[in-house]
Write a protein that binds this ligand. Structure first.
Ligand code: ADP
Ligand code: MG
Length: 685
């Protein structure tokens, strides 16, 4: 058996009980143990003499026990051990609470290293509960950089550190070298043994940095190999070619001419469709860049060739909006368009499903309802997923399974850095729509504080009096335990606005906890101009198109990610009127203010995305629902992007040389790739 698979229970000093605690941290084998890298480090390298100590210092002191320790029982449940220690400069007291056993370890005349925070009075320094070690023993927990591990009940830093030490010793020379020697040399990466030892017990800061660099590279390298591997597997699938029809009737039916960027995306798609493997393409374009028309072109081509298209939207509101737009465009061209959402009655659903199964419906637009088992297609040729990051990869796959290797088109308004796109979207080819339709106005963006609220209300009133409409977005739904910070709650705030501030205006409320029917009712009324001010949560973030809305107000703007704010801002400025976005900042300090001020100055979605990624990391960046990024052990998609690029390049070179990783020298790497595949089943595309 592989030594690294040894259950952690059998590591010296662990045993059955502690193994259970380790399991809670995800550590079950020796491999897991040595891979459980510290989450932080405590730098205990500084050693001072007692006379140098300042109140509040955290440092080591080398001192000799001057007299036997004294144990005093203060009361039931509290005893104190006090001991005087000296060095050549002065005297210090070390105090231990409820550690009556330490007394016998403090041998008079013996020298120890104490590490702790300095308290006590001037001239009478003290350390409470210091870490102590005999000076004659090799430094383990003092005089060096000490690891700080993730913790759980039943373990302590000392127990984990000792287990790791034992683990590393047991591994001996078996720590697998996963990187080919030439790569290690070319990128000047530390050796495995050195890396593992120094990531846990760094000799010094430089060694820690070398270890980190190597391990981050290694993790990204394995990830890159894994993705490339999957990609080559994907390419083996074959799909049905589409004979691309004459697109002229479609282009003539469009109420506008496509922009150059839209045109290029359509060309990419038509080329994919006529190829002999199924299309997997992502169309990435900022809000308002016109992705719907591009999707419609794809649907038209597939449908003209006699196959069906399923268009999946993340919300019911969006599905209905797409249904309206696409029916208007495609029905006159003879395309049979249908809608399938959770909001339909059982009877309506059955009928819609019947039309799909018989092949009568050529284009179906829907929500997750499309994935349900009872939905069958006559001949599904194309899947379009709008705002992809809201769909799990599995959901997309489930829809794919309803056809015979259908083509897949994914649309996203979340611009993500190119390097990350490779990971999040895996095998997808990417078309970028980097041009807005002509005549689009930029949205002026302002950041204000609470003090400008009255003026803001005046500004809102002015918009409404000119016949325009206003969005007000708040981060939380209601005042509850979930919302302890007094964030603007939509419900109360909408009530306040409609009763006190704008009693003469039509104020409505929409949030995610409403029933779909109610939500749609409100959105439709707003789109029809029957509501002046819509108070909402981020349910309106995606896609909704109301050209008459010209003012977007965001409460507690500091609570939102920049990419999310960018999406919200994209809800206005969709018509001929000058539009404005006002961010109200209630908290977050100077850091938030700076971030938001930068946001006010730029409209470039890619720049905003990179900034967001840098500040908030990928979890927040993609929304908590699903980051689409695999869990990494040490590498970070936010801070180690440069290393990711290098590793991707190295992986590419290696795989060109040995595409199946079948050479003996790549056997260990191949195993790691397999492990990464298993671990991330469902996450990776
Ligand atoms: P998004 O990329 O955010 O999904 P949409 O497809 O909803 O954008 O398009 C936004 C608006 O721009 C829609 O009202 C649409 O009709 C319009 N539009 C799209 N393409 C063009 C174009 N080439 N010229 C003019 N208007 C366009
Ligand atoms: Mg859209």
């Amino acid at each position: 058996m592989d030594m690294l698979e040894t259950p952690v229970q059998y590591i010296k000093g662990v045993g059955e009980q502690r193994a259970k605690a380790f399991a809670k941290l995800g550590v079950e084998t020796l491999r897991d143990l040595v891979m459980a890298f510290p989450r932080a480090y405590d730098d205990r390298t500084e050693v001072k003499t007692i006379s140098q100590l300042q109140f509040g210092d955290a440092c080591c002191v080398s001192a000799t026990v001057a007299a036997p320790a004294k144990l005093s029982r203060v009361r039931r449940g509290l005893d104190i051990t006090r001991c005087a220690v000296v060095d050549e400069t002065a005297r210090m007291t070390v105090t231990f609470f409820n550690q009556s056993y330490v007394g016998k370890n403090l041998i008079p005349g013996e020298s120890y290293i104490f590490y702790g925070r300095v308290t006590g009075r001037i001239g009478a320094p003290e350390m409470q509960n210091p870490v102590m070690e005999r000076e004659s023993l090799p430094p383990a927990f003092t005089r060096r950089i000490v690891p700080v591990y993730r913790m759980t009940a039943g373990l302590s830093q000392r127990v984990v550190a000792n287990a790791v030490r034992q683990g590393l010793e047991k591994c001996g020379e078996e720590l697998p070298e996963q990187l080919p020697a030439y790569i290690r040399e070319r990128y000047r990466l530390a050796q495995t043994r050195f890396a593992y030892e120094n990531i846990h017990f760094p000799r010094d800061k430089e060694s820690l940095e070398l270890a980190r660099r190597r391990l981050i590279f290694e993790e990204f390298f394995i990830l890159s190999c894994t993705l490339a591997f999957m990609r080559s597997r994907q390419q083996e699938k074959s799909g049905k070619r589409i004979r691309v029809p004459d697109m002229t009737p479609f282009f003539e039916a469009l109420p506008f001419a496509l922009t150059g960027a839209q045109r290029r995306a359509v060309d990419d798609i038509l080329r994919d469709l006529s190829g002999d493997r199924p299309m997997s393409r992502l169309v990435q374009g900022d809000v308002g860049s016109g992705k719907t028309a591009v999707a419609a072109a794809a649907a038209y081509a597939v449908i003209r060739d006699g196959r069906q298209t399923a268009f999946m939207a993340p919300t019911e509101i969006l599905a209905e909006q797409h249904f309206a737009t696409l029916s208007k465009l495609l029905a006159p061209l003879g395309v049979c368009v249908d809608l399938l959402t959770g909001g339909l009655t059982a009877k309506q659903k059955r009928e819609a499903q019947g039309r799909l199964k018989s092949g009568e419906t050529q284009l179906v637009i829907g929500t997750h309802a499309l994935i349900s088992d009872s939905v069958e297609f006559a001949d599904l040729g194309l899947i379009i997923a709008d705002e992809q990051h809201r769909f799990g990869v599995q959901q997309r796959a489930a829809l794919s399974d309803k056809g015979d290797a259908p083509h897949v088109l994914v649309m996203s308004a979340t611009p993500i850095p190119r390097t990350l796109a490779l990971i999040v979207y895996g095998d997808l080819d990417v078309s970028v729509i980097d041009e807005l339709p002509p005549g689009r106005q930029t949205v002026d963006t302002f950041l204000v504080g609470e003090d400008k609220r009255q003026r803001l209300y005046g500004f809102i009133r002015k918009h409404v009096s000119e016949g325009r409409q206003v969005f007000i977005v708040c981060p939380a739904v209601e005042e509850s335990e979930e919302n302890p910070d007094g964030l603007k709650s939509v419900k109360e705030y909408a009530g306040e606005l409609s009763e006190k501030v704008f009693p003469d205006l039509r104020v409505a409320l929409v949030h995610g906890k409403l029933k779909p029917k109610e939500k749609n009712g409100v959105m439709e009324a707003f789109a029809a101009g029957k509501i002046d001010i819509l108070v909402a949560t981020t349910v309106i973030e995606v896609g909704v198109d109301v050209p008459n809305a010209t003012l977007m107000v965001v409460e507690n703007a500091d609570r939102f990610g920049l990419s999310q704010l960018h999406q919200l801002r994209g809800r206005v400025g969709r018509g001929q009127y000058k539009s404005t976005c006002v961010l109200i900042r209630q908290g977050g300090g100077e850091a938030a203010a700076q971030r938001l001020r930068a946001f006010c100055k730029t409209t470039d979605g890619f720049k905003i995305a990179e900034e967001d990624l840098r500040i908030r990391g990928p979890g927040d960046f993609f929304g908590s629902r699903q980051s689409g990024l695999p869990d990494m052990n040490i590498a970070s998609f936010a801070t180690d992007l440069d290393m990711l690029k290098t590793a991707q390049q190295a992986a590419k070179e290696l795989l060109e040389d040995d595409p199946e990783l079948s050479r003996p020298e790549n056997a260990v790497l191949r195993q790691s790739v397999t492990r990464m595949l298993m671990k991330n089943r469902g996450t990776l595309n």
